[in-house]
Design a protein around this ligand. Structure first.
Ligand code: MN
Length: 741
């Protein structure tokens, strides 16, 4: 039958086109151009896999081509790796040997393919010992040449992308293995994009229902999210363009897998995950020296527009993460009242974040040490491999721990094993054991030799900590601490010592504010932090107390200049906290005056107060005035007091709208007419029985056949009042009715 016949010509064209894509990507990279050997490897592999098909039915060669493409374009590897990727299944699946490859392509490529063949069996065997052995093999080959593992990653990624054509049990095995070992390994190697994709793909196969459900929820909320992002990002983009920055801004979605993880861990529904996306700003910067200042400039622009979350500024520029990640993260309140994270990075930082070590290599000039950083890590892996634990499972755990969280293993004099990040020192060990040991540490003994506390440790070192009660923690220790724990414990201790310095700093700061007639609102502080490139208030006081930074008149000018234009019209919609009340003098507005304020009732009452000078009701044209307590007082537009407020406190005026509700409001009507017997009864009859309106107050005066009455009623809106007046006018003898207020 026609449809089952394979069109060999079309298929060949497809294969050729796929390969040309690999070549084109390679030629566009900044590697040396070795097209000849790549083309040769492609032809060799194509010939070797000839006639073989994948489960999906497509020609086998498309798989190595796809792996080569990932290795080149997503990991950033060069010609040797592209060749090895093209050839990676040749030894495993055909009659060719590693020696054959060496003859054709040289020693390096053959070695890498050999390494890949060794670990092709998969990590998960039936027994723990097999597992451990395979894992050991993987790490061994990795320490021989990191490219083995990077190509393995590319191979795994392509297999995951095409997992759909596998049988379900295979899918399950491969997905589990991917989540267990490859995704964390990708993370450790800094391949964040690949890590995320591997996690999502594994999750999709392991929990298809949950995966589809979350996908669906993301889709449903997309329009809303896009709108919020548009609203949020528009003013930022405008400002960035005004300063002439070349940049790219995007909404960065949390991955399906990490959304699910958060829902599971924190037991929250999808709707309550507010950090579902972050805004990412990637700017072009030719001068590496200007990256940091540009990040902080962007910080200032954003915090001018939006309220900063005081505790969530992360400066990974001054102190990059262990895997090389650099960026400035801030969290601000978005227009819908939810916190939005903004990640600010240069193009260079972004590539490192996405491609990990491969990108590091790209930005390092010279061949000499391009893999050195990685080599140190790999050597430590080798050290552990040379001294495995007796139990296979323990060994596996130790390795896994070490692989993903830390880099060296040292021993205490008692033989206790400590896993520490690379570059850890004697002091790290001391803090690791006990904070008191750390704080009083004076030196160490490494392999029984006396060393200073800043001595860097190697895997396998035996470390003894020496202390003295007279020793005191010093701030400069932070420079040679590698563990988060050590840094934290030191920081806590120093904070106690630093209290007087901070007090001093605070005083300097208070005087500065006073001198320049500034109020220490969050906005002003956010701005000052931005100017000084300091992440939080505590650090500001400390820096001031230590005389590391100074506040000059220029700074004050800058603050006040922007202050008047933007601070009072800031966006923030949170309830006043007790903290705010303590700050007393501040009367910052916590209501977004740019948006229409909806006047509404809930179980706690109303979110507004009716001004008692004009008593407006729904249907009246009104405005809101935000008072000292951040309460919205509703005035009629034509109320004389409102006019005065408009003139004097423009920034405290907010436009308002009544929410449609069943709530009733008090309105007062004046009625005049000719007095006659029974008119009062007629009036009350009409209002309470016929119109079913609740009368609250009635004042009647009659004099010389003329009566006047003031009537207060509870009504829904002005329409009811108008109706009422019209009907009252029809009562015989009534001459005039009007609403007083
Ligand atoms: Mn493969």
């Amino acid at each position: 039958m026609e449809q089952y016949k394979i069109d060999h010509k079309a298929e060949d064209e497809m294969i050729e086109a796929a390969f040309q894509e690999v070549l084109a990507g390679y030629l566009a990279s900044n590697h040396r151009k070795k097209v000849e050997i790549i083309t040769r490897a492609y032809k060799f592999a194509k010939e070797a896999h000839k006639g073989v098909r994948r489960r999906s039915g497509e020609p086998y060669i498309l798989h190595p081509i796809a792996v080569a493409k990932i290795a080149s374009q997503e990991i950033g590897l060069g010609s040797t790796s592209i060749c090895a990727a093209l050839l990676h299944d040749v030894v495993e699946d055909t009659d060719y040997t590693v020696e054959d490859l060496e003859q054709h392509f040289g020693k390096k490529i053959a070695q890498i393919v050999g390494g890949l063949t060794k670990i092709s069996g998969g990590i998960f065997g039936n027994k723990a010992s097999v597992q451990a052995e395979n894992f050991r093999k993987l790490l061994l080959t990795m320490s021989e040449d990191i490219r083995v593992v990077l190509i393995k990653m590319a191979d795994r990624l392509h297999n995951m992308r095409t997992l759909g054509s596998m049988t379900p049990n295979k899918q399950y095995k491969i997905a589990g293995e991917t989540l267990y070992i490859y995704a964390p390994l990708a993370h450790r190697l800094g391949l964040f994009a690949i890590k995320t994709e591997l996690e999502d793909l594994s999750f999709k196969y392991e929990h298809p229902a949950a995966y589809n459900h979350i996908k669906e929820l993301i889709k449903e909320s997309e329009a809303h999210r896009t709108e919020i992002y548009r609203k949020f990002s528009a003013p930022i983009k405008q400002k960035l363009e005004e300063i002439g920055l070349k940049y790219e801004a995007k909404a960065r979605m949390k991955s399906v897998y990490s959304i699910w993880n958060k829902m599971e861990k924190k037991k929250v529904p999808f709707e309550e995950i507010y950090d579902i996306y972050a805004m990412r700003i990637i700017f072009d910067c030719d001068d590496p020296d200007k990256e940091k200042i540009t990040c902080w400039n962007i910080y200032s622009i954003i915090t001018d527009l939006y309220k900063l979350h005081p505790d969530r500024t992360r400066d990974w520029i001054s102190v990059p993460k262990a895997n090389g990640y650099q960026a400035l993260h801030i969290t601000v309140m978005g227009p819908d009242g939810n916190w939005i994270e903004v990640q600010i990075r240069s193009r260079r930082m972004d590539e490192i974040a996405e491609k990990g070590f491969a990108a590091h290599w790209k930005y390092k000039i010279g061949d000499g040490d391009e893999e050195s950083e990685l080599n140190v890590w790999l050597r430590t892996i080798k050290d552990i491999l040379d001294n495995p634990e007796p139990s296979a499972i323990d060994f596996l755990d130790t390795l896994k721990l070490n692989l993903f969280a830390s880099e060296i293993v040292v021993f205490t004099p008692k033989g206790e094993l400590l896993t520490l990040p690379n570059n850890s020192t004697v002091l790290d060990v001391a803090f690791e054991l006990h904070s008191q040991l750390g704080l009083h540490c004076i030196a160490g003994k490494v392999n029984h030799k006396l060393v200073p506390l800043s001595h860097k440790l190697k895997s396998g070192d035996q470390v003894e900590v020496l202390t003295s009660q007279s020793q005191k923690p010093r701030p400069e220790w932070v420079n040679f601490l590698a563990t988060a724990k050590g840094k934290n414990r030191l920081r806590v201790a120093l904070r106690k010592d630093q209290q007087p310095i901070k007090e001093q700093g605070k005083e300097i700061f208070t005087n500065f504010l006073k001198k320049h007639n500034l109020v220490g609102t969050n906005e002003v502080i956010t701005k000052i932090l931005g100017f000084l490139h300091i992440a939080n208030r505590e650090d500001l006081y400390l820096a001031l107390g230590n005389n590391e930074v100074s506040l000059d008149d220029n700074l004050a000018k800058n603050i006040t200049k922007q202050n008047s234009t933007s601070i009072l019209t800031k966006l923030f919609r949170r309830k006043p906290s007790s903290n705010d009340k303590k700050e007393g003098t501040t009367t910052e507005i916590k209501i977004d005056t740019k948006e229409t304020y909806i006047l509404q009732h809930n179980e706690n009452g109303a979110n507004f107060k009716i001004a008692d000078c004009c008593c407006p009701i729904p249907g009246d044209d009104v405005l809101g005035f935000i008072d000292e307590n951040n309460e919205v007082i509703v005035h009629a537009l034509d109320c004389p007091r409102a006019m005065m407020l408009k003139a004097g406190y423009g920034s405290r005026i907010v436009s308002t709208e009544w929410e449609v509700s069943t709530q009733k409001f008090l309105a007062t009507i004046h009625i005049e007419g000719l007095d006659r017997f029974g008119i009062l009864q007629e009036l009350i009859q009409l209002i309470s029985s016929t119109l079913n309106i609740d009368i609250r107050k009635l004042n009647i005066e009659a004099k010389n056949f003329v009566f006047s009455c003031q009537l207060s009623v509870l009504v829904k809106d002005t329409q009811v009042v108008t109706d009422l007046c019209n009907k009252v006018k029809k009562i015989n003898g009534v001459k005039q009715t009007s609403r007083i207020y």
